[in-house]
Design a protein around this ligand. Sequence first.
Ligand SMILES: [Zn+2]
Length: 135
Amino acid sequence: MSCGGPHQTPCEEIMAAMLLFLDNEIEDGNQLQAVTVHLQECPPCEGAVATERAGLQLLQSLLSRSCCEAAPEELFAKVFDQTQMLADQMIAMHNSQFIGQTQFFAEYSRTEITVDGVTQIIETSHEIRRDFPIE
Ligand SMILES: [Zn+2]
């Protein structure tokens, strides 16, 4: 599920945020912007979102046509809980890619010191290790 092009935000993140996006529940402005930009440049993700949106709209129109009575509050709560659970699962699935991994960063610095017309160059480099703990 990727167009193969380079994206600032990976497709997996877009898919994980899709339900929130469709419900207009992304509160983080940067995240919303990232999703919007990604959907403009990635046809497969755009298509997936469009399909999901069409499905939701169909479901809504079917429901509103077939039942005139308001849904009981209990049902609202149930649907809300299930949606929340699904979202948590998707986020957990996404985050699990990073759990238990270790990243290495190389830090490099170069210092030039000139004393009495003689220039000394000091180069240092060391590795920084960062662990993603297993929760
Ligand atoms: Zn994508």
